[in-house]
Ligand binder design. Structure first.
Ligand code: PGA
Length: 240
């Protein structure tokens, strides 16, 4: 399974270093078979020595150039970073990134072979407008995106569930992932208020290939417990 920690605008360089070091200790000690990804804040990116995949939360769609406040491809290449989050709801809704812009960013990083975690999800008002409206809204987030891209991972994150402690029911997650599976062969992660207390039941769902964790991942022990849950679930499935 895939377990991703989105550290957002948290953890300084020093704290991120410590986080990744301790995570690595856990991963090598537990011999976990999971694909673990960590997305540090941009200024905390570095060449880490870890089996976890380090990704960027964001970068501009250029090698370099006059894009004040942004980093480009060469800043990621400096640290051998080949993984990026695109379309996170905070970038769509707080930073105002449009679907058209995201599709261009997607195409740029795809052309450079990046693993892309592409995020989709609906705000509460859309969910409340009914299933059909919700699927329409989510479908629009696939516009301009190559859903067959081999290095694509989708993350379904309802906007109203991010950082709020609210989540859809397990049945709702299962059903929407099932529908989303028809749109793309890519693995699908669930994200939005995944905690150490609900991670296991989410990971156990049929059409969930992993989780994207924000706030709870800041507690490294919690994130490590989630990785262990995934190991346990796979072990049990293997014994069946
Ligand atoms: P959360 O964030 O776990 O704090 O809800 C998830 C995300 O935004 O990726």
């Amino acid at each position: 399974m895939i377990l991703a920690a989105n550290l957002k605008t948290n953890l300084t360089r020093e704290k991120t270093n410590k986080y990744v070091k301790e995570l690595e200790k856990f991963l090598s000690g537990s011999k976990s078979a999971q694909e673990v990804l960590v997305f540090p804040a941009t200024s905390s990116l570095d060449k880490f020595s870890t089996s976890a995949i380090i990704g960027a939360q964001n970068a501009y769609l250029a090698q370099n150039g006059a894009f004040t406040g942004e980093i480009g491809l060469e800043h990621l290449e400096e640290f051998d970073i080949k993984t990026i989050l695109i379309g996170h709801s905070e970038r769509r809704h707080i930073l105002g990134e449009t679907q058209e812009f995201l599709a261009k960013k997607f195409a740029f990083y795809m052309s450079h072979g990046f693993k892309i975690i592409y995020c989709i999800g609906e705000p509460l008002s859309v969910r409340e407008a009914g299933h059909e409206r919700m699927m329409e809204y989510i479908s629009a987030q696939y516009e301009g995106i190559d859903t067959e891209y081999k290095n694509l991972i989708i993350a379904y994150e309802p906007v109203w569930a991010i950082g709020t402690g609210l989540t859809p029911t397990l049945e709702e997650i299962e059903n929407i992932h099932k529908e989303l599976k028809k749109k793309s062969p890519a693995p699908i992660l669930y994200g939005g208020s995944v905690k150490v207390t609900n991670a296991k039941e989410v990971l156990e769902l049929q059409n969930v290939d992993g989780i994207l964790v924000g706030s709870a991942a800041l507690y490294l022990e919690h994130f490590c417990s989630m990785i262990s849950y995934a190991d346990e679930i796979e072990k049990l499935a293997g014994e069946k």
